[in-house]
Design a protein. Structure first.
Length: 91
């Protein structure tokens, strides 16, 4: 049984200036289901204000399996925290 994971953030999937991204993602997932594939959607940072940092946070939030206990929204804010730490070290 093959499972396909589709990851995204509000920054990607709900951007009013690029609505085609969310539309194409939904259409892709639907076509995969119709072909018999199992789809696992992971939308990170739901309910937060979309930002570019959110997009980079998703790299740390990535869930890599159903059993993954280290991924998920608990890492939202990782990128801005890391960037602030880098700036303070440079000062």
């Amino acid at each position: 049984d093959f499972m396909l994971w589709v990851h995204g953030t509000p920054r990607q999937l709900q951007d009013e200036s690029r609505p085609f991204v969310g539309e194409e993602t939904d259409a892709f997932a639907q076509r995969c289901r119709e072909a018999g594939l199992r789809i696992e959607r992971r939308n990170y940072a739901e309910g937060l204000v979309p930002s570019l940092d959110m997009h980079f946070d998703s790299l740390r939030c990535f869930c890599t399996s159903v059993e993954d206990t280290d991924g998920g929204d608990k890492h939202c804010g990782f990128f801005s925290s890391w960037a602030a730490a880098e700036r303070s070290e440079e000062a």
